[in-house]
Write a protein that binds this ligand. Structure first.
Ligand code: OAD
Length: 238
């Protein structure tokens, strides 16, 4: 076993206060492309840059085009949790892991059995009316054509955080709280490019910060342990 993975395994064995903070790279081994890798969503050609389409002003201006992108690129069917999601759920059941803080909107941590999942960017599996806030089943917006509308006339939207929108304060506060108190913080599958999410690492006060990411991140020099390998492969050895 790689010495970095060995070190991480030891930290995991010794701790009962682990927090995991992850991003799109956690789900690539389940078949969901990430955003910033060469084959990621942001490298594909669309009429507008995906970051523009995924913004609040674009959603309000052109919900039709937003929904075309949403259904074609964000809704990915028949995906299953991979070894990273599964092992994280096991660690929670074993009383070793306190929380999963994720930037992902795919619901795969919950599908693997994780209970305390703090979804910083919301979930594609929930929907509500942007005008009266009535809750709708996600199937209503994730399938079909055109712009889904509420009885009140408002556009039904996914419960995700679009660019230009603030994060949910209660989720953010809970994430800060558990990261601040964590003994071991494992950060994985995230380029750590998007704020305020990336800044959460700064709340960690311990000396066991492990970064598991295929490519380098701006926080590599800040971490106590860096593993540049596939996260599913790493977690299947922990
Ligand atoms: P990114 O696409 O920016 O970064 C994913 C990272 O995961 C990259 O650094 C990859 O090298 C790495 N990676 C990919 N597959 C991996 C694997 N199997 N094992 C380990 N690492 C792997 O995705 P995020 O950091 O999650 O926000 O992006 C953050 C936010 O940007 C997203 O939540 C989304 C996006 O715009 C919103 O939509 C608001």
């Amino acid at each position: 076993m790689d010495s970095g993975i060995q070190q991480l395994k030891k930290w995991v064995e010794e701790s009962n206060n682990i927090v995991f903070f992850g991003g799109a790279g956690v789900s690539t081994e389940s078949g969901i492309p990430d955003f910033r890798s060469v084959d990621g969503l942001y490298s594909q050609k669309w009429r507008y840059p995906p970051e523009t389409i995924l913004s609040r002003s674009f959603f309000d201006r052109d919900p039709e085009e937003y929904y075309r992108f949403h259904r074609e690129k964000l809704v990915i069917e028949n995906v299953k949790p991979n070894s990273a999601h599964i092992r994280l759920a096991q660690l929670e059941r074993e009383g070793k892991l306190n929380a999963v803080v994720t930037q992902n909107i795919d619901g795969l941590h919950q599908a693997a059995g994780s209970k305390n999942v703090l979804e910083l960017h919301g979930s594609i599996l929930r929907a509500y009316c942007s005008k009266c806030r009535k809750i709708y089943p996600a199937e209503l917006i994730n399938h079909g054509n055109g712009v889904p509308r509420c009885g009140c006339g408002g556009v039904i939207r996914p419960d995700i955080v679009l660019y230009e929108e603030p994060l949910d304060e209660s989720v953010l506060t809970a994430a800060i709280d558990c990261i601040r108190k964590a003994d071991v913080l494992i950060v994985g599958g995230t380029s750590l490019n998007v704020y305020p999410a990336a800044g959460l690492i700064n709340y960690y006060k311990g000396n066991k910060l492990a970064l598991v990411n295929l490519s380098e991140t701006p926080f590599d020099s800040y971490a106590d342990l860096v593993i540049h390998e596939k996260i599913g492969q790493v977690f299947s050895q922990l």
